[in-house]
Design a protein around this ligand. Structure first.
Ligand SMILES: *[C@@H]1O[C@H](CO)[C@@H](O)[C@H](O)[C@H]1NC(C)=O
Ligand SMILES: *[C@@H]1O[C@H](CO)[C@@H](O)[C@H](O)[C@H]1NC(C)=O
Ligand SMILES: *[C@@H]1O[C@H](CO)[C@@H](O)[C@H](O)[C@H]1NC(C)=O
Ligand SMILES: *[C@@H]1O[C@H](CO)[C@@H](O)[C@H](O)[C@H]1NC(C)=O
Ligand SMILES: *[C@@H]1O[C@H](CO)[C@@H](O)[C@H](O)[C@H]1NC(C)=O
Ligand SMILES: *[C@@H]1O[C@H](CO)[C@@H](O)[C@H](O)[C@H]1NC(C)=O
Ligand SMILES: *[C@@H]1O[C@H](CO)[C@@H](O)[C@H](O)[C@H]1NC(C)=O
Length: 404
């Protein structure tokens, strides 16, 4: 009853204002996609907004059945192309197997990723490690080509050495290896680790402390383009999720040079620094602050759900000139990736949001549930959606994340 009432109000709002905005009325969007002209929703009245008093409720003013594509700006069509569709490629209800740490290995056409490091559907916590899995994109392509609907490709569990505890971030390939950051578990330290992408998946830990002090719970990682310097974020989610002791360091961002072993802090003043990304020229950095989501502290909508942008200091390679890039309207910004056109993608509460380089929200891949990370592959954009994975066959391509 609540829902249909909201739907009716939406329908009225839509009908009333659609005439006022004919500028893009002949916009041709991909099949099933919806054009949401921001001008239509600038003024909606008191009863309309009641249904969105929590950021965990997505913005779906056309009441379209997810998954679907929302176009907020015509330029998003350059991202999607004319015929992009969102299709499920794997699903495992009851197990949040597809959370974070996606690494695409082009030579194998395989995507590696990790499951959630806590929560009832993760089967991990203080006493249990999380798992890393892989999906074979060649198998995905073949299955999708044989049907117009969804497919369910079997993902394979990767048997990693015990040195990897609670993998949460990943990037690369790094000189041919997978580059993971782990959150650690109980008294086992968070770490930066290289893993062989081929069996036996042997690993080499590169870093597991800051001059003798354990990190809190490393969350995400990227390589500064054109270098082999590793940057990672360290929020306190391990503690706030009950699988790490009390944090002993501020929640901040670090730079690590594996060739000298030097590790240092490059950005602070966050609530929960989370995702990290660079522009391909290495001059600009992005950090997502998922401050709104406090783990055991609960959700606090007055805290940041914000993507910050920085200049990378050419001399020190620390971050400077912090400014707001975007504030997220649904859930919190988690992982972050860029395409070759400069558009910025972040995993949010209702799916993947996309902004252009100037910070204009241009579109969303709307799944109606938390989608922490995503990764570009030869087949398109893979979205990790906890108990499911989706592929959007967009024409935009991801920037090169590898270090050679
Ligand atoms: C609508 O279509 C006309 C004729 O094809 C074209 O000139 C115009 O640019 C289109 N408008 C938009 C906003 O796409
Ligand atoms: C949000 O709106 C719903 C539906 O109107 C209502 O039941 C709920 O109490 C509201 N929650 C808050 C936090 O205001
Ligand atoms: C979106 O998800 C919420 C639960 O999080 C559910 O109540 C709602 O019906 C879903 N909306 C649609 C359109 O499927
Ligand atoms: C930890 O693993 C054991 C054995 O697989 C399982 O029975 C238990 O439910 C898991 N604990 C949590 C918190 O998921
Ligand atoms: C992926 O699947 C294809 C087709 O079945 C197979 O030829 C290939 O060996 C698989 N790749 C890996 C890394 O398992
Ligand atoms: C895995 O083992 C091989 C053979 O010893 C070694 O050459 C390689 O460097 C190892 N890779 C990692 C990531 O530890
Ligand atoms: C939410 O965060 C603000 C800012 O830190 C704080 O003042 C407030 O007490 C928090 N609210 C709750 C309910 O924790």
């Amino acid at each position: 009853m609540k829902k249909s009432a909201a739907g009716a109000i939406l329908a009225v709002a839509f009908a009333t204002v659609s005439k006022a905005s004919t500028g893009n009325s002949n916009l041709t969007v991909p099949p099933g996609a919806v054009y949401i002209d921001p001008l239509m929703y600038d003024v909606v009245g008191a009863s309309y907004t009641k249904w969105r008093n929590l950021s965990s409720v997505g913005f779906n003013p056309t009441n379209t059945v997810p998954p679907f594509i929302q176009v907020f700006d015509p330029s998003f069509l350059e991202v999607t192309g004319p015929s992009a569709t969102i299709r499920q490629i794997a699903s495992n209800p009851g197990f949040s197997f597809a959370h974070e740490a996606p690494i695409y290995v082009p030579d194998l056409n395989v995507l590696f990723f990790s499951n959630t490091g806590s929560g009832p559907l993760s089967y991990s916590g203080w006493y249990n490690n999380s798992v890393v899995s892989m999906i074979n994109m060649t198998e995905v392509d073949m299955a999708l080509a044989s049907t117009t609907g969804d497919v369910n490709i079997q993902v394979e569990t990767v048997n990693l050495p015990d040195t990897l505890q609670m993998v949460n971030g990943g990037t690369g390939p790094y000189k041919g290896d997978l580059l993971f950051v782990t959150s650690g578990r109980a008294l086992l330290p968070p770490s930066v680790v290289l893993v062989n992408p081929n069996p036996p998946y042997n690993a080499t830990v590169l870093l597991d402390n800051f001059l003798g002090r354990q990190f809190n719970s490393l969350n995400d990682v990227k390589i500064l383009p054109g270098t082999d310097i590793i940057y990672f974020t360290d929020p306190s989610y391990g503690y706030l999720s009950g699988f790490r002791p009390e944090p002993m360091l501020p929640s901040q961002v670090y730079r690590f040079d594996p060739s000298t072993g030097q590790v240092r802090m490059v950005a602070d003043q966050f609530v929960h620094p989370n995702g990290i990304a660079f522009t391909p020229d290495g001059t600009t950095a992005f950090i997502t602050d998922s401050g709104m989501g406090g783990g055991s502290l609960g959700t606090n909508q007055t805290l940041p759900s914000t993507i910050y942008q920085y200049d990378v200091d050419p001399l020190m390679q620390s971050f400077k000139n912090r400014r707001v890039f975007a504030y997220i309207d649904s859930g919190l910004p988690d992982g972050i990736q860029l395409d070759t056109m400069g558009n910025v993608y972040s995993g949010c509460g209702e799916g993947t949001h996309v902004w252009n380089a100037q910070g204009t929200l241009i579109g969303k891949f709307y799944l109606n549930s938390t989608s922490a990370q995503m990764m570009f592959t030869k087949s398109g954009l893979v979205i990790l959606n906890e108990e499911a994975m989706y592929l959007v066959n967009i024409q935009a391509q991801g920037i090169d994340l590898a270090a050679s």
